[in-house]
Design a protein around this ligand. Structure first.
Ligand SMILES: Cc1cc2nc3c(=O)[nH]c(=O)nc-3n(C[C@H](O)[C@H](O)[C@H](O)COP(=O)(O)O)c2cc1C
Length: 190
Protein backbone atom coordinates (compact mmCIF):
# COMPACT_ATOMS: atom_id res chain seq x y z
CA UNK A 1 0.00 0.00 0.00
CA UNK A 2 1.77 3.23 -1.10
CA UNK A 3 1.93 6.11 1.40
CA UNK A 4 -0.56 8.97 0.95
CA UNK A 5 0.43 12.07 -1.04
CA UNK A 6 -1.67 15.22 -0.81
CA UNK A 7 -1.15 17.40 -3.88
CA UNK A 8 -2.20 21.02 -4.16
CA UNK A 9 -2.89 22.08 -7.75
CA UNK A 10 -3.41 25.56 -9.11
CA UNK A 11 -3.62 27.02 -12.60
CA UNK A 12 -2.48 30.45 -13.75
CA UNK A 13 -5.63 31.36 -15.65
CA UNK A 14 -8.92 32.73 -14.38
CA UNK A 15 -10.89 32.07 -17.58
CA UNK A 16 -13.98 29.93 -17.10
CA UNK A 17 -13.11 27.93 -20.23
CA UNK A 18 -9.37 27.94 -19.60
CA UNK A 19 -7.53 25.06 -21.21
CA UNK A 20 -5.05 25.12 -18.33
CA UNK A 21 -7.83 24.73 -15.80
CA UNK A 22 -9.08 21.97 -18.10
CA UNK A 23 -5.67 20.32 -17.80
CA UNK A 24 -6.01 20.42 -14.01
CA UNK A 25 -9.38 18.65 -14.31
CA UNK A 26 -7.67 16.02 -16.45
CA UNK A 27 -5.13 15.54 -13.65
CA UNK A 28 -7.92 14.93 -11.15
CA UNK A 29 -8.93 11.90 -13.20
CA UNK A 30 -5.41 10.49 -13.56
CA UNK A 31 -4.19 10.29 -9.96
CA UNK A 32 -2.06 7.26 -9.08
CA UNK A 33 -2.92 5.12 -6.08
CA UNK A 34 -2.39 6.95 -2.80
CA UNK A 35 -2.42 10.46 -4.32
CA UNK A 36 -5.21 12.98 -3.86
CA UNK A 37 -5.56 16.44 -5.38
CA UNK A 38 -6.97 19.65 -3.94
CA UNK A 39 -7.40 22.56 -6.33
CA UNK A 40 -6.83 26.13 -5.19
CA UNK A 41 -8.55 28.92 -7.14
CA UNK A 42 -6.23 31.93 -7.49
CA UNK A 43 -9.07 34.34 -8.39
CA UNK A 44 -9.52 35.90 -4.91
CA UNK A 45 -5.83 36.75 -4.48
CA UNK A 46 -5.35 40.52 -4.78
CA UNK A 47 -2.43 42.23 -6.49
CA UNK A 48 0.69 42.22 -4.34
CA UNK A 49 1.19 45.49 -2.49
CA UNK A 50 4.07 45.82 -0.02
CA UNK A 51 2.18 48.53 1.89
CA UNK A 52 -0.74 46.17 2.50
CA UNK A 53 1.65 43.47 3.64
CA UNK A 54 3.55 45.71 6.06
CA UNK A 55 0.47 47.51 7.44
CA UNK A 56 -2.20 44.80 7.49
CA UNK A 57 -0.34 41.53 6.92
CA UNK A 58 -1.46 38.91 4.45
CA UNK A 59 -4.97 39.27 3.00
CA UNK A 60 -7.25 36.36 3.90
CA UNK A 61 -7.01 34.63 0.48
CA UNK A 62 -3.21 34.75 0.72
CA UNK A 63 -3.33 33.24 4.22
CA UNK A 64 -5.51 30.44 2.82
CA UNK A 65 -3.16 29.91 -0.11
CA UNK A 66 -0.08 29.76 2.13
CA UNK A 67 -1.79 27.30 4.49
CA UNK A 68 -2.87 25.10 1.59
CA UNK A 69 0.68 25.02 0.24
CA UNK A 70 2.08 24.24 3.68
CA UNK A 71 -0.39 21.38 4.18
CA UNK A 72 0.43 19.79 0.83
CA UNK A 73 3.06 17.10 0.30
CA UNK A 74 3.59 18.22 -3.30
CA UNK A 75 2.43 20.88 -5.73
CA UNK A 76 1.08 20.69 -9.28
CA UNK A 77 1.35 24.05 -11.04
CA UNK A 78 -0.41 24.55 -14.34
CA UNK A 79 1.27 27.37 -16.20
CA UNK A 80 -0.11 29.09 -19.31
CA UNK A 81 2.26 31.24 -21.35
CA UNK A 82 1.77 34.97 -21.78
CA UNK A 83 4.29 36.87 -23.88
CA UNK A 84 6.79 34.04 -23.54
CA UNK A 85 6.56 33.99 -19.75
CA UNK A 86 4.55 33.32 -16.58
CA UNK A 87 1.10 34.98 -16.54
CA UNK A 88 0.74 37.72 -13.96
CA UNK A 89 -2.07 35.90 -12.16
CA UNK A 90 0.23 33.01 -11.33
CA UNK A 91 3.37 35.03 -10.63
CA UNK A 92 1.43 37.40 -8.38
CA UNK A 93 0.01 34.54 -6.30
CA UNK A 94 3.46 32.98 -5.96
CA UNK A 95 4.94 36.35 -5.00
CA UNK A 96 2.41 36.83 -2.18
CA UNK A 97 2.91 33.30 -0.88
CA UNK A 98 6.70 33.59 -1.08
CA UNK A 99 7.03 36.35 1.52
CA UNK A 100 8.93 35.81 4.75
CA UNK A 101 11.54 33.39 6.02
CA UNK A 102 8.77 30.84 6.70
CA UNK A 103 7.61 30.82 3.07
CA UNK A 104 5.76 27.55 2.47
CA UNK A 105 7.30 26.55 -0.87
CA UNK A 106 10.66 25.50 0.55
CA UNK A 107 11.33 21.79 0.20
CA UNK A 108 8.14 21.03 -1.76
CA UNK A 109 8.29 18.63 -4.67
CA UNK A 110 6.55 20.27 -7.62
CA UNK A 111 5.40 19.16 -11.06
CA UNK A 112 4.73 21.66 -13.83
CA UNK A 113 2.53 21.38 -16.88
CA UNK A 114 0.81 23.76 -19.23
CA UNK A 115 -1.05 24.30 -22.47
CA UNK A 116 -0.48 27.08 -24.95
CA UNK A 117 0.31 27.85 -28.59
CA UNK A 118 3.15 26.55 -30.73
CA UNK A 119 5.46 25.48 -27.90
CA UNK A 120 2.76 24.48 -25.43
CA UNK A 121 3.90 26.87 -22.68
CA UNK A 122 7.52 25.64 -22.76
CA UNK A 123 9.01 29.11 -22.35
CA UNK A 124 6.86 30.04 -19.38
CA UNK A 125 7.49 26.68 -17.73
CA UNK A 126 11.24 27.24 -17.93
CA UNK A 127 10.81 30.67 -16.35
CA UNK A 128 8.71 29.05 -13.64
CA UNK A 129 11.45 26.48 -13.02
CA UNK A 130 13.80 29.37 -12.28
CA UNK A 131 11.32 30.71 -9.72
CA UNK A 132 11.08 27.24 -8.18
CA UNK A 133 14.85 27.20 -7.68
CA UNK A 134 14.85 30.53 -5.86
CA UNK A 135 12.00 29.35 -3.62
CA UNK A 136 13.96 26.17 -2.80
CA UNK A 137 11.35 23.83 -4.28
CA UNK A 138 12.24 20.50 -5.88
CA UNK A 139 10.88 20.65 -9.43
CA UNK A 140 10.45 17.31 -11.15
CA UNK A 141 12.58 17.30 -14.30
CA UNK A 142 10.76 14.76 -16.43
CA UNK A 143 8.40 14.03 -18.00
CA UNK A 144 7.61 17.48 -19.32
CA UNK A 145 3.98 18.12 -20.20
CA UNK A 146 3.67 20.92 -22.71
CA UNK A 147 0.46 20.86 -24.73
CA UNK A 148 0.88 22.80 -27.99
CA UNK A 149 -1.96 24.04 -30.19
CA UNK A 150 -4.29 23.79 -27.24
CA UNK A 151 -7.11 25.42 -29.21
CA UNK A 152 -7.35 22.18 -31.20
CA UNK A 153 -7.19 19.88 -28.16
CA UNK A 154 -9.85 21.35 -25.87
CA UNK A 155 -13.42 22.30 -26.66
CA UNK A 156 -15.08 25.68 -26.14
CA UNK A 157 -15.68 24.87 -22.47
CA UNK A 158 -12.05 23.93 -21.81
CA UNK A 159 -12.69 20.19 -21.75
CA UNK A 160 -10.04 17.93 -23.27
CA UNK A 161 -10.93 16.43 -26.64
CA UNK A 162 -7.53 15.01 -27.67
CA UNK A 163 -7.03 11.72 -25.86
CA UNK A 164 -3.27 11.70 -26.52
CA UNK A 165 -2.86 14.22 -23.66
CA UNK A 166 -4.38 12.16 -20.85
CA UNK A 167 -1.60 9.51 -20.58
CA UNK A 168 1.02 12.29 -20.51
CA UNK A 169 -0.66 13.83 -17.48
CA UNK A 170 -0.93 10.39 -15.88
CA UNK A 171 2.82 9.82 -16.43
CA UNK A 172 3.63 13.19 -14.86
CA UNK A 173 1.57 12.40 -11.76
CA UNK A 174 3.11 8.94 -11.42
CA UNK A 175 6.57 10.52 -11.60
CA UNK A 176 5.55 13.16 -9.05
CA UNK A 177 4.42 10.39 -6.70
CA UNK A 178 7.78 8.64 -7.01
CA UNK A 179 9.70 11.90 -6.61
CA UNK A 180 7.72 12.91 -3.52
CA UNK A 181 8.22 9.54 -1.86
CA UNK A 182 11.91 9.56 -2.77
CA UNK A 183 12.40 13.01 -1.25
CA UNK A 184 10.66 12.07 1.97
CA UNK A 185 12.68 8.88 2.25
CA UNK A 186 10.16 6.15 1.47
CA UNK A 187 12.03 3.09 0.21
CA UNK A 188 12.92 3.30 -3.51
CA UNK A 189 10.35 6.07 -4.03
CA UNK A 190 7.51 3.54 -4.16
C1 LIG B 1 -1.68 38.38 -22.96
C2 LIG B 1 -1.52 37.06 -23.66
C3 LIG B 1 -0.28 36.68 -24.09
C4 LIG B 1 -0.10 35.44 -24.70
N1 LIG B 1 1.15 35.05 -25.06
C5 LIG B 1 1.35 33.77 -25.46
C6 LIG B 1 2.67 33.28 -25.65
O1 LIG B 1 3.66 33.95 -25.46
N2 LIG B 1 2.81 31.98 -26.01
C7 LIG B 1 1.73 31.14 -26.20
O2 LIG B 1 1.93 29.97 -26.52
N3 LIG B 1 0.47 31.61 -26.07
C8 LIG B 1 0.27 32.89 -25.68
N4 LIG B 1 -1.01 33.34 -25.47
C9 LIG B 1 -2.12 32.47 -25.82
C10 LIG B 1 -2.49 31.60 -24.63
O3 LIG B 1 -1.58 30.54 -24.55
C11 LIG B 1 -3.90 31.07 -24.83
O4 LIG B 1 -4.77 32.20 -24.83
C12 LIG B 1 -4.30 30.09 -23.80
O5 LIG B 1 -5.56 29.56 -24.16
C13 LIG B 1 -4.39 30.75 -22.44
O6 LIG B 1 -4.61 29.78 -21.46
P1 LIG B 1 -6.06 29.51 -20.83
O7 LIG B 1 -6.91 28.92 -21.92
O8 LIG B 1 -5.72 28.52 -19.77
O9 LIG B 1 -6.59 30.81 -20.33
C14 LIG B 1 -1.21 34.59 -24.90
C15 LIG B 1 -2.48 35.01 -24.47
C16 LIG B 1 -2.62 36.21 -23.84
C17 LIG B 1 -4.00 36.61 -23.33
Amino acid sequence: MPSEIRVLGFAGSLRRASVNRGLLRVAAGQLPEGMNLDVFDLAPIPLYNGDVESQDGFPEPVVAFREAIRAADALLIVCPEYNYSIPGVLKNAIDWASRGADQPFAGKPVALMGAGGGLGSARSQYHLRQVCVYLDMHPLNKPEVMVPMSGQKFDKDGELTDESVRPKVAALLAALAGWTRQLRGDSRGE
